[in-house]
Structure formats: C-alpha cells, structure tokens
Design a protein around this ligand. Structure first.
Ligand SMILES: *[C@@H]1O[C@H](CO)[C@@H](O)[C@H](O)[C@H]1NC(C)=O
Ligand SMILES: *[C@@H]1O[C@H](CO)[C@@H](O)[C@H](O)[C@H]1NC(C)=O
Length: 433
C-alpha cells in the first residue's frame, strides 16, 4: 500500500514540474521578509517597533562589513559582506526534495546550505539536508571549470572533490563540498520549477553571526556560479524584485522574478548603468546627486576604489541607505530645514533626524539622481516609523561603501539586466504585482 501511494506521489510530482523552457524563460518566487509570519525567523512576541529597531541594527552591522572583507587577494576568502539579509526565499533541494529557507543575498556569490554530517552547524528550524539520502546529489571534481570558477574553492589533491570556503565580514562562514544538486523552486503561478545540476555549497562547517532560523544563503551576487547565471541562458541574466511596503498585511509577500518575468519596461521606466568591481559580487550604480525638493546635493568624485566606476551598492539586504559623510550631512541639514514638524528622538538612538507626527507627515520628496535615471523617493521610502508617532530619516552616513537600501526601493520594480549591465526602476504597487 505504502509503495503504491509513494509511486503515485512521485508520478504526480513529475507531471507538475516545469522546466524553464516550458515556462517560456520566466517565473517568479516569493521573497519573504524575515519578520513575516511566513519566515522561520518570525518572533510573535516582538513588537513592530522592536522588529524595526533590530532591522536597523542589522543594517548598520552589514554596512560596516562592506569594507572590512577586502583582505589580500590570495587568501581563499570571497569578498562579501555580513551573511544574511532581510529577505528569504524558500526552495527545495535534492531527490526527494527537502524544503529550506535561504537568505536572498546580492552580496553572496554562491548558494550554500547546511549539510549532514555536520562538523559544526548552527541551529536551524527545519531538518538539515543529508546528501547521502538524495538520489541527485553529486560532488564536483577538482579539475572542473565549475570548481576553478568559484572564489574560495580548494582542492586537497587532484583526485579529491572540490571544497569551498566562504567567509563573511561579520565572522560568519561556511565550509564544505561544492556539489551538483537538483533545486526545486515554488513559482508563484503554482507550478514548481526544477533545476537539475545546480552548483551548490554543501556546508559541513557553518557559522552564522545571527544564529537563528535560516539554513541557507541564496547567492544572487555577480559570479559565474551565481543563482541567476545558473538558471541558464533562457533567463538571459535578468532578475527583478518588487518589495512591498514595510506595513503591508503579512499575507502579502514581495516577489523575485527571473527571465522574461523580470523585464522592467513601459512608461515611467528609468535605467542606469550597472558596474562591478573586480573580485566583488556587489552591484554598483553611479549616484551623481541627491536632491531634496529642488535643492541638489552633488555626490562628487567619490569612488570606493581607485579606477572603479560606480559609487553606491544597490542592496536588498540592507534596510537603510548609507551615504558618504559630507553628502549625508548636507542631506540632513536640508531636510531639517524643510520639515516643519516637532523634533523627536529615536528611542533606539540609531537614527538621528526624527519627528513627532500627529497627522500625515509633511516630508519633502527626495530624488536619487543615478546616471540617466532619476528615482523619486516618497515619504515611505525615506522615513521610517520607529516608535508610536515618531518617524526618522532612514539614511545614515558611512565611512564604508555607500549603499542604496531596501526601504528606498519599496513599491518599485527594480530590474537587473546582467547582459546589458543596467538596473531599471519603475514605480509600482508591489502589493498588486
Ligand atoms: C523574541 O522576542 C523577544 C522580545 O524581544 C525576545 O525576548 C526573545 O528572546 C525572542 N525570541 C527568540 C527565539 O529570539
Ligand atoms: C573603512 O572603514 C574605516 C572606518 O571604520 C575607514 O576609516 C576607512 O577609510 C574605510 N575604508 C574604505 C576603503 O572605505
């Protein structure tokens, strides 16, 4: 009896699986905020304002590590930021499939998960993947291009299999076997998408700075083995997301789109060149100026590295936007001049320009002038309610890399085209996408 039911189950499963080609090269998955009730990180006893304060702390930790990790070129260390981010994606790994939650991280080049046997593993809410129980798991040989293309890969001997080490600026790391495995993604139109032979890190020694819940990192950064590249030519190097506003009902999730589903076009679309710095997985844009109402602040000739193009990292894993110190100070003083509300204090003392709100707040429109693309930021993109009736400017200064964070990107379609090297923005109601 049990044999029959499992056979029926297997048949049903395969009938409903779609290859990328069958989906006409495009599909979408849910992008779950880590504080959503759908997330393994959800803590029902936290208040909305505790969650916001924690997100701000994570954002500050993350930006501080954008500059620590660029050590010497010959250490087996991928130049990445703090592990994790603010959004998770659910996917299944292996045959039979095991569901895991991974942080969607545009600062990570490989996708990895915790694997049995664990030498060191952090606690995760779901069972840890056991590759010996999967029919589709295969380690990768040392002499393969896949092994060579991964920064931080190593080979104890020519006949051994390919090992990887990924270290993050905050001390998080994962170490294990680089492997091929089948991934299954739950697309939002109901049909699972199956990706065989996906190169993934099977981590036997793992440590995460923020210890709880998640079990994997989905590497959306720039790299040969990045998630987007591995989805194959039918995706055409395109992905996009639409982040729902922070106070949306918990049943509504943001979306991460791939391939044809990720094309951002039509009226109101603006595009700007995408840059990368050699050896870094980050996506850089060039921010020429920022304006408050009609007052323009030039960003100047600031560059993160000599010869580098682009001066700001676009990052969905950071809540706040971080600007070079002089640009931030001008922004803060112009906004302070413009806003006629009662000043207040951020109870967690993380943000510096705060106001009491009794009515709909008046705050000026802030425009981010990227090369060729003016992106208009409304009050919900620039101010955050950190306590009851207290809103704060969600920007901070940094000595490290400048970052265009996720609050600034909410209610917009943000499309990356890694073939044309552009990022496009279009105003959208992400709760209806
Ligand atoms: C959940 O949040 C409460 C309140 O902040 C905190 O005391 C508790 O440690 C959190 N639970 C976990 C599992 O982190
Ligand atoms: C990195 O941060 C430190 C301060 O934490 C700063 O002094 C230094 O200039 C920064 N380096 C780069 C390359 O941004």
């Amino acid at each position: 009896m049990s044999h029959y039911s499992s056979l029926v189950f297997v048949l049903l499963c395969f009938c409903n699986l779609y290859s990328l080609e069958a989906l006409n090269g495009g599909f979408s998955v849910e992008m779950i905020h880590r504080d959503s009730p759908k997330s393994p990180f959800y803590n029902s006893t936290e208040t909305q304002f505790q969650r916001i304060s924690n997100a701000l702390s994570r954002s500050i930790i993350r930006v501080n590590h954008f500059n620590k990790s660029f050590v010497s070129a010959n250490t087996p260390q991928a130049p990445v930021t703090s592990a994790q981010g603010e959004y998770l994606m659910s996917y299944s790994v292996g045959t039979p499939p095991l569901q895991v939650y991974g942080f969607v991280d545009t600062g990570s080049e490989i996708t990895w998960l915790q694997c049995q046997p664990c030498q060191t593993c952090f606690k995760q809410t779901s069972p840890i993947f056991d590759p010996s129980k999967s029919k589709t798991y295969k380690t990768i040989g040392c002499t393969t291009d896949t092994c060579r293309s991964v920064l931080g890969s190593s080979c104890p001997s020519r006949t051994s299999n390919c090992k990887y080490t990924i270290r993050y600026g905050d001390g998080s790391y994962s170490q294990g076997d680089l492997s091929f495995e089948t991934l299954t993604l739950a697309s939002t139109n109901g049909s699972p998408v199956k990706i065989p032979g996906f190169a993934i890190g099977c981590g036997h020694r793992n440590y995460l700075y923020f210890k709880r819940g998640g079990s994997s990192i989905v590497g959306l950064g720039r790299a040969q083995v990045s998630f987007v590249n591995q989805l194959g030519p039918s995706i055409g190097g395109k992905f996009s997301y639409c982040l729902v506003p922070i106070r949306s009902p918990p049943s509504i999730s943001s979306k991460l789109n791939f391939g044809n589903a990720a094309v951002v076009s039509g009226r109101g679309t603006v595009s700007t060149p995408l840059y990368s710095l050699f050896g870094e997985p980050f996506y850089y844009l060039n921010l020429e100026a920022i304006s408050v109402g009609s007052t323009r602040i030039e960003v100047g000739s600031y560059t993160p590295r000599p010869g580098g193009k682009g001066n700001i990292i676009i990052d969905s894993g950071n809540t706040l936007t971080f600007l070079p110190l002089d640009v931030y100070s001008k922004l803060e003083s112009i906004v302070a001049n413009d806003v006629k509300m009662t000043p207040a204090k951020d109870p967690s003392q993380l943000l510096s320009l705060c106001y009491k709100v009794f009515d709909r707040p008046y705050v000026p429109v802030i425009t981010a002038h990227f090369t060729g693309a003016d992106v208009i930021l409304y009050d919900s993109n620039t101010f955050l309610e950190v306590a009851d009736r207290v809103v704060c400017l969600a920007f901070l200064p940094t000595h490290s890399r400048a970052v265009f964070g996720n609050l600034a990107q909410q209610n917009m379609l943000v499309g990356y085209d890694l073939q044309k090297n552009t990022v496009s923005f279009k105003l959208a109601d992400c709760t209806k996408q």
